[in-house]
Design a binder for this molecule. Structure first.
Ligand code: ADP
Length: 492
C-alpha cells in the first residue's frame, strides 16, 4: 500500500488529499458547504453537510486518482477545532446543528464566569482563557436549549464530539467513539496536566461525563472504517487543524514554531514536555506527537492578518488582487514612516484591547498608496513579531526560525520583511497544505508507513528560506515606530 489519505474538515470546506511515501500530495479535492447564520453572531453547520461533503471528497479523490481503498495504508483526520456536535448514540441523529467555533452565542455566559472569578481556575487546568470559542459552553447551550436533551444525556443516550469524533464515529459505523489530545484540549473540559476529563469543570458546566469520548494520542489506531469507499482502512491519526499544521511543518522539537498566514494568523510554538504559563494572555495547549504523550504548545493569534490585504482590495480598492500587494510594496524603498495598525476589531495578544481601532500614522504630503499598501503588509509582520516576542518572554526560548504556511505566506515581500523584523529565518515549505500533511504524517507514523520523525524531517521539501538582512539599529527603530503607532491605536 503506497499512500496515506488525509481528510481536512475545515470551516468553509472539506478536503481530501492523498500522499505518497515522499510526503508529496499526488491528488487533492475540495468541496464547500453552506454556512448557517440563524442570528447575528451565531454560526452553525449542518452535521449532515459535514458528513456528506466528507464522503463526497473521499469518493472524488479516489476516483480522480484511480486509486482504491486497497492502495491506502491509513487515513488521518484534521478538523476545524472546538466546533461542537451532540448526537443520538443509537441512531446517529444529531440533536442540533453543529455550533461552529466562531459562534458567539455563549459570550455572555463566558463573561459571567470571568466575573465570578473562575478564569484562573479554568486557565490553570485547561490552559485556556474562558471564551465562547471553546466547546464547553456550546455543549451546555445544547443541553439547556434543545427539548429533552439534558434528560437524554443523563440517561447516556447522547454523544458529544468535536468534528473529528463525529467523523470517526460515522466512518466506523458507530464503533469508535474517541478523540485525540489536541481536540480534547480545546473543549475547556480537559485537564492538560493530568490528561483527563476534569470532574470539577464538568460540574461547573453541568455536563454529564457519559457523553464524552475517550481521549487517545494523536497518532493511534482509532479503528477501521466500515462506511463508504474507504471500508477496511484504519484511521491512524487525528489532530486539530493548527496542531496538524505544526506537525506537518515538522515542528517536532522544543522551540520549533510555525505561523499560518490566513485571514488571521495562528502561531504555535512547541514547548516540549513543559506546559508554559503565559504572562501575556497566550493559550497553553496540547500538541500532536508520534508517541503516546502529547507535547505542550503556546498558541497566539492575530485577528487581522491577510484580512488587511482584503481590506486594501475591497475597502480601499487600491489593489486588484492580493498578489498585487507585493508588486506595489516593492515600488517604494520603505513605508516612508507610515504605520498601519489594523485593529479593526480591537487588538489580541499581547495587548488584549477590544477598544483599540484601526489607525494610520505618519502620513505626509509625500505619502502614496504604495506606502499605505507596504505599511499594511508590514503590519502583519509586526503583529506576528509581537506574538513571537511574547512567546520568547514566556518560554525563555529564543527562536531561530519560523516555519510558515497559509495564503499570505506566498507574498515574498512580506516573508522577507518578517525575517528582517524577527531577525530570524523564515522557512516556507513546498506544500501549502501543511494541515492535511500533518494529519497524514500522524497516520503514516502510526501504521509504519513512515518510520520516524527523522525520516519525515529529511523528506520535508523546503521551497525558500528568507534570511534576515537588516541592520540591527534599523530594526529597532522600526519596532519603536510600531510601538508608538499601537499606542495611538489604543488612545481612547
Ligand atoms: P483562510 O484559510 O483564513 O481562508 P488562506 O490561507 O486561504 O486563509 O489565505 C487567504 C488570505 O491570504 C486572504 O486574507 C488573502 O488576502 C491573503 N493573501 C492571499 N494571497 C496573498 C498574497 N500574495 N499577498 C498577501 N496576502 C495574500
Amino acid at each position: 500500500m503506497k499512500y496515506i489519505l488525509a481528510i481536512d474538515q475545515g470551516t468553509t470546506s472539506t478536503r481530501a488529499h492523498i500522499y505518497n511515501q515522499s510526503g508529496e500530495c499526488v491528488h487533492g479535492v475540495s468541496a464547500e458547504f453552506p454556512q448557517i447564520y440563524p442570528e447575528p453572531g451565531w454560526v452553525e453547520h449542518s452535521p449532515q453537510d459535514i458528513w456528506g461533503s466528507t464522503l463526497s471528497v473521499i469518493d472524488s479523490v479516489l476516483s480522480e486518482s484511480g486509486l482504491k481503498a486497497a492502495d491506502i495504508a491509513a487515513v488521518g483526520i484534521t478538523n476545524q477545532r472546538e466546533t461542537t456536535i451532540v448526537w443520538d448514540r443509537a441512531t446517529g441523529e444529531p440533536v442540533y446543528n453543529a455550533i461552529v467555533w466562531q459562534c458567539r452565542r455563549t459570550a455572555a455566559s463566558c463573561e459571567k464566569l470571568k466575573k465570578e472569578g473562575f478564569a484562573e481556575r479554568i486557565y490553570n487546568k485547561t490552559g485556556l482563557v474562558p471564551d465562547a470559542y471553546f466547546s464547553a459552553t456550546k455543549i451546555k447551550w445544547i443541553l439547556d436549549n434543545v427539548d429533552g436533551a439534558r434528560e437524554r444525556a443523563e440517561r447516556g443516550e447522547l454523544c458529544f464530539g468535536t468534528v473529528d469524533t463525529f467523523l470517526l464515529w460515522k466512518l466506523t459505523g458507530g464503533k469508535a467513539f474517541s478523540t485525540d489530545y489536541t481536540n480534547a484540549a480545546r473543549t475547556m473540559l480537559f485537564n492538560i496536566h493530568t490528561l483527563k476529563w476534569d470532574k470539577e469543570l464538568l460540574r461547573l458546566f453541568d455536563i454529564p461525563e457519559g457523553i464524552l469520548p475517550e481521549v487517545r494520542p494523536s497518532s493511534h489506531n482509532f479503528g477501521e472504517i466500515t462506511e463508504g469507499e474507504l471500508a477496511g482502512v484504519p484511521v491512524c491519526g487525528i489532530a486539530g487543524d493548527q496542531q496538524a499544521s505544526l506537525f506537518g511543518q515538522a515542528c517536532f522539537s522544543e522551540g520549533d514554531i510555525k505561523n499560518t498566514y490566513g485571514t488571521g494568523c495562528f502561531l504555535l510554538m512547541n514547548t516540549g514536555k513543559k506546559p508554559v504559563k503565559s504572562a501575556n494572555g497566550l493559550i497553553t495547549t496540547l500538541g500532536a506527537t508520534a508517541t503516546d504523550k502529547p507535547c505542550y504548545v503556546l498558541e497566539g493569534s492575530v485577528f487581522v492578518g491577510g484580512a488587511v490585504v482584503q481590506w486594501l482590495r475591497d475597502g480601499l480598492k487600491v489593489i486588484k488582487n492580493a498578489a498585487a500587494s507585493e508588486r506595489a510594496a516593492k515600488k517604494v524603498a520603505d513605508s516612508g514612516g507610515v504605520y498601519v495598525v489594523p485593529a479593526f476589531t480591537g487588538l489580541g495578544a499581547p495587548y488584549w484591547d477590544s477598544d483599540a481601532r484601526g489607525t494610520i500614522t505618519g502620513i505626509t504630503r509625500g505619502t502614496t498608496k504604495n506606502h499605505i499598501i507596504r505599511a499594511s503588509l508590514e503590519s502583519i509582520a509586526y503583529q506576528v513579531y509581537d506574538i513571537v516576542a511574547a512567546m520568547e518572554r514566556d518560554s525563555g526560548i529564543k527562536i531561530k526560525r519560523l516555519s510558515v504556511d497559509g495564503g499570505a505566506s506566498a507574498n515574498n515581500f512580506l516573508m522577507g520583511f518578517q525575517s528582517d523584523i524577527l531577525a530570524a529565518e523564515v522557512v516556507r515549505g513546498r506544500h501549502s497544505e501543511s494541515t492535511a500533511l500533518g494529519a497524514a504524517y500522524l497516520a503514516g507514523l502510526n501504521c509504519g508507513f513512515w518510520k520516524s520523525d527523522e525520516e519525515i524531517r529529511k523528506n520535508r521539501s523546503i521551497e525558500r528560506v528568507f534570511k534576515p538582512d537588516m541592520d540591527e539599529g534599523e530594526r529597532l527603530k522600526l519596532l519603536d515606530g510600531w510601538k508608538e503607532a499601537v499606542k495611538k491605536a489604543r488612545l481612547k
